[in-house]
Design a protein around this ligand. Structure first.
Ligand code: COA
Length: 327
């Protein structure tokens, strides 16, 4: 694993630095190490996200904190957040390997949580920290309020994908098109009503929130580059309006696809539609040169996890999704 040029762990807690005050380049060695770890752990190209972080650092607009290295010349860790419409989101937290202790990670975590709660009108915080150490066994600050949900990062090889037989031939499956966004948002809010994932991501709870979710996955690089040719919707049949299901995909690194969204309306479940939509996405990713596809699932979502396992997905990494909602 790559390490920064300085490799002495901090002996005692050091004061954090506000990310809005750091010089451009202060995070660069750390971001380089983080990018290497994203590739090694998840086959995920972190460079586009790192580029955004660097841009905001240069503009002195990244809200969060850095843990200085022993010399103080560069960052040994950082965490940042964004806040919008009453919700705070921890966008990233990473500590360089020689400095990676639960104490250092928790110091950063506590600093961003405290900073967010100081903001006027905040009512909820969410965080999915893919590279946090020992995600499900560790202590975190404010454990009674900042609660973890176990999630898994799964992956499947695509070499044999053509051997998966088609199912549910009667329903019309169409390519994704941007004019479907409003229908897709309505489908998400219906498909996730009362679902554990709408406790983890409150954007799933309403068509308006789901539209923002879709805007993020289609237009921004956080979940990879949206890949239209492997994204499909199933049209509601029998003269019904709207969509019965969808499977959306992105490219996260050369040759690696990612399913960013898979859902089926309750009335259409259990007929093989979820399977068929995923199969179409996977076949298309393979046809466009991907050898592997990944996705994330909440561990307690057993219906979905069973379907994924049957389609060849295996666990690669566990992580936690944290939620803190003010009562
Ligand atoms: C997960 C989900 C996409 C699966 O879609 P689906 O169309 O029901 O899936 P399929 O029918 O292809 O496969 C589900 C399996 O469960 C069985 N099943 C039976 N009744 C079912 C029911 N009421 N609901 C779901 N599955 C049922 C199916 O028969 C099938 O098994 P089989 O292949 O052995 O026949 C869908 O349940 C859903 O949208 N859930 C809510 C959103 C969600 O969890 N998305 C995934 C997030 S990671």
């Amino acid at each position: 694993m790559a390490a920064t040029s300085e490799s002495r762990p901090a002996a005692s807690p050091v004061p954090l630095v506000d990310l809005r005050d750091v010089r451009p380049g202060y995070l660069d060695p750390l971001l380089k190490e983080e990018a290497a770890e994203w590739i090694q752990s998840l086959d995920w190209d972190f460079e586009p996200a790192a580029g955004l972080v660097q841009r905001f650092v240069t503009m002195h607009a990244l809200t969060g904190y850095a843990l200085p290295s022993s010399s103080g010349m560069q960052a040994a860790g950082y965490a940042y957040f964004v806040a919008d419409e009453g919700k705070g989101l921890i966008g990233g937290l990473f500590v360089s390997e020689p400095y990676r202790t639960p104490e250092n990670e928790n110091t950063l975590l506590k600093a961003v949580l405290d900073a967010m709660w100081r903001m006027h009108g905040l009512r909820r915080i969410e965080a999915q920290l893919m590279l946090l150490d020992a995600p499900l066994e560790r202590d975190v600050p404010y454990p009674h309020a900042f609660t973890p949900h176990a999630r898994e990062f799964l992956e499947a090889p695509l070499a044999q994908i053509v051997t998966l037989p088609p199912r549910n031939p009667s329903i019309v499956i169409a390519p994704w098109s941007d004019h479907r966004r409003a229908d897709a948002a309505r489908l998400i809010s219906t498909a996730y009503a009362g679902h554990i994932d709408s406790q983890i991501n409150d954007q799933y709870r309403s068509p308006g929130g789901a539209r923002r979710f879709l805007m993020n996955i289609v237009e921004y690089p956080g979940c990879g580059n949206f890949f239209t040719p492997a994204s499909f919707v199933a049209l509601a049949g029998g003269g019904g309006q709207g969509l019965a299901g969808m499977s959306l995909a992105s490219i996260v690194s050369p040759g690696v696809g990612h399913i960013t969204q898979a859902c089926v309306a309750p009335a259409y479940r259990g007929t093989g539609l979820g399977y068929e939509l995923l199969r179409r996405s996977m076949v298309s990713l393979a046809a466009h040169g991907c050898h592997k596809v990944s996705l994330t699932v909440t561990s307690s979502n057993t219906n979905a996890a069973k379907l994924y396992r049957r389609m060849g997905f295996v666990p690669r990494r566990e992580f936690a999704a944290y939620v803190w909602e003010q009562s």
